[in-house]
Ligand binder design. Structure first.
Ligand SMILES: [Zn+2]
Length: 177
């Protein structure tokens, strides 16, 4: 299977389970991860279909718009919502499942690794996805132990900061293209 196609399937599945659990439990860290997975899904689509430079530019612009809108929405929720204890168990399960999927995709894509720059960039990205899953997991477990709902907000803000960093890198790519 083509590495990009595998990433597409994985991020599509992860986006679905994260949005479901995010909306059911109200966990902001899971919801911001859902925004992130949606962008991953879009960029995998973009890599599949961006044959010409113009298409590539368009898909980068769409990604920037989605990340910005998604992050602003998460920030609004962080500021507006009362700190309430969310049920952390579904979030912990969904985060472990996604981390395992990311790890498997990383393993498979690493094995079939071609020297294409796009594939290598994708591998780095998957590695960072594993990192953010671990961060969310630590946050949810800490929340489970301490009962402090504010931890969920802090993790959500950290993910939003990471998303803005992604925007900066995308902007750089856009100007280079
Ligand atoms: Zn990602």
């Amino acid at each position: 299977m083509k590495p990009i196609f595998l990433s597409l399937l994985a991020s599509g599945f992860i986006f679905s389970i994260k949005s479901l659990v995010g909306f059911l439990t109200g966990s902001l860290s899971i919801l911001s991860e859902a925004v992130h997975s949606f962008v991953d899904l879009l960029s995998a689509f973009g890599s599949l279909y961006s044959i010409s430079v113009n298409n590539q530019k368009l898909s980068i612009k769409i990604e920037i718009a989605i990340i910005t809108l998604g992050s602003l929405w998460i920030l609004k929720e962080v500021l507006a919502s009362e700190s309430h204890i969310v049920n952390t168990i579904p979030g912990i399960i969904v985060t472990i499942v996604s981390a395992v999927i990311y790890f498997l995709v990383f393993k498979i894509n690493h094995k079939n690794h071609s020297h294409s720059l796009a594939v290598r960039a994708n591998l780095y990205h998957i590695a960072s996805d594993i990192g953010s899953s671990i961060l969310v997991l630590i946050g949810l477990v800490a929340q489970l132990i301490t009962g402090l709902a504010v931890i969920d907000k802090i993790v959500a803000i950290l993910i939003v900061i990471w998303l803005f960093y992604l925007v900066l890198r995308l902007l750089k790519e856009l100007f280079k293209a």
